[in-house]
Design a protein around this ligand. Structure first.
Ligand code: UGA
Length: 469
């Protein structure tokens, strides 16, 4: 069977990972990127963003002539059968999303579809609020092409669930595929592509209407964010409960198949270009349709409070932070990326600077991005040792592997005051708290005297409390 020819508008991390994923299975893919420098880099197989395996997979795709990047949309559309739209939908100040790039892309594609003689399927991959594909993209495509959607060309919404840092892996191994379709032919065309692409590894496919597909994406991200804020709430309770550790609680909860272990890692909370933006957009959308989404608002608040909480813990150890040297290990919003969008490090650094602390930071790859944000207001170290040297307190912000290998002596030998606050729960509390001042998200303080107190309520005399020591 002849393979579909694909095109992708937007070579950001979703577009590029998708393009490379398809090319890796022998599909011809043309990517449109309006930034000439980026397009040239892609064509020379130079990665334009940090993603493990990107360089190798990109080199293979370019070498085999399966991936080409162009500035010319006409070439892109006329030489492909299916076009994915993967342009950005940035946040506006009120939390809603900006659809300008989507609208322009739809109009430009429509104008070229006008000239095209054969059927073409347009697939929205960008994250957009319910109703966007039906009420914004479709009318623009029809108007600019002077053709009818459903008969002359097809339209689907296919949300993306890939994670930064694992984008190629997730493209090749999704848990499920969601196809929102304007009409059965559009859905069948896209399903046939997925059947060809995944072969025997075809995951479950959910076919639905356009708006449901759009909301599935937001609901999925909001649910994952809810799990994080939930476990962080339990973590805050643990911090006030002697000898109780949220890690044990998450481990036990995760063994319940109805709950599952994923996204129950307590810590500084979520950042990145997706969860914060998507929660805000879903909140704004809910309000726009007359519903006040209290749960979503509290997920966001709990998440933002985690950064303030860690600065308070720092103050708890040091008192006044004025002129105190605070070392941050990790800047990226998670490991395996240099992305600092909505990173918790940014909130923490801003709060520390507001307290007149001296901030020194180290991250294996995100320092250049940090420099564009903080310029000369903070110090940049080239290793964890340089970062920790002479510091009054260290906050572990991102759980990079190289930080997991640090021993208590790596801190105690060079810090001015050996104080460590573990914001991602990577260090063993027993070991570290025996050698230095140590606190961690979700870790209850030890009772002053170490003995086992069992407090029971006598079932016969419910008000009486029996203490068994
Ligand atoms: C997220 C989703 O996981 C993807 O499914 C989705 O496609 C993507 O957003 C998107 O909308 O494009 P991503 O933002 O790359 O992917 O990163 P995640 O691995 O989900 O982590 C997000 C944040 O949550 C990170 O800051 C991470 O540190 C934090 N997190 C994650 C926790 O604090 N605890 C956890 O247990 C898990």
């Amino acid at each position: 069977m002849k393979k579909c020819r694909l095109s992708i508008v937007g070579a950001g991390y979703v577009g590029l990972s998708t393009a490379i994923g398809y090319a890796s299975k022998g599909f011809h893919v043309i990517a449109l990127e309006l930034d000439a420098q980026k397009a040239e880099m892609i064509n020379k197989a130079i990665p334009i963003l940090y993603e493990p395996w990107l360089q190798k997979s990109l080199q293979e795709a370019v070498k085999k002539n399966l991936l080409k990047c162009t500035l010319n949309l006409e070439e892109t559309i006329l030489n492909s059968d299916i076009t994915f739209i993967a342009v950005g939908t940035p946040s506006k100040p009120d939390g809603s999303i900006d659809l300008e790039q989507i609208k322009k892309t739809a109009c430009d594609i429509g104008a070229i579809l006008k000239k095209k003689k054969t059927y073409h399927l347009v697939v929205v991959k960008s994250t957009v609020i319910p109703g966007t594909t039906e009420n914004v993209v479709k009318p623009i495509l029809e108007e600019c092409s002077n053709k009818r959607c459903g008969t002359d060309f097809g339209l689907c919404m296919n949300p993306e669930f890939l994670r930064q840092g694992a984008a190629i892996h997730d493209t090749l191994n999704p848990d499920r595929i969601v196809i929102g379709e304007n009409d059965p032919k559009s859905g069948n065309t896209l399903e046939a592509l997925f059947a060809d692409f995944y072969g025997e590894k075809l995951p479950p496919i959910v076919r639905t209407n356009l708006a449901t597909a759009e909301l599935i994406k937001y609901a999925s991200n909001a649910f994952l964010a809810a799990k994080i804020s939930f476990i962080n709430t339990i973590g805050s309770i643990c911090e006030k409960t002697p000898s109780v550790d949220v890690k044990k609680i998450a481990e036990a909860m995760g063994l319940d198949k109805r709950i599952g272990p994923a996204f129950l890692n307590a810590g500084l909370g979520y950042g990145g270009s997706c969860f914060p933006k998507d929660i805000k957009a879903l909140i704004a959308y809910s309000h726009s349709v007359g519903y006040s989404p209290k749960l979503l608002e509290i997920i966001e608040k709990v998440n933002n409070d985690q950064a303030s909480k860690i600065v308070e813990t720092c103050k708890g150890f040091l008192g006044n932070l004025n002129s105190k040297r605070i070392a941050l290990l990790g800047l990226a919003f998670k490991p395996e990326t240099d992305d600092m969008r909505e990173a918790r490090s940014v909130l923490i650094i801003n709060q520390l600077l507001a307290e007149d602390a001296k901030v020194v930071v180290y991250d294996p790859i995100a320092v250049p991005n940090a420099k564009t944000i903080f310029k000369k207001t903070i110090e940049y170290a080239e290793s964890s040792a340089e970062c920790l040297k002479g510091a009054d307190c260290c906050i572990l912000v991102t759980e990079w592997d190289e930080f997991k290998k640090l021993e208590p002596e790596n801190f105690t030998a060079i810090m001015k005051q050996a104080i460590l606050i573990d914001g991602r729960r990577i260090y063993d509390p027993e070991e570290f708290s025996s050698k230095m001042k140590f606190a961690a998200i979700g870790l209850g303080q030890k009772p002053l005297e170490s003995h086992l107190d069992l407090v029971l309520i006598d079932p016969l005399h419910k008000n009486e409390i029996i203490n068994i020591i």
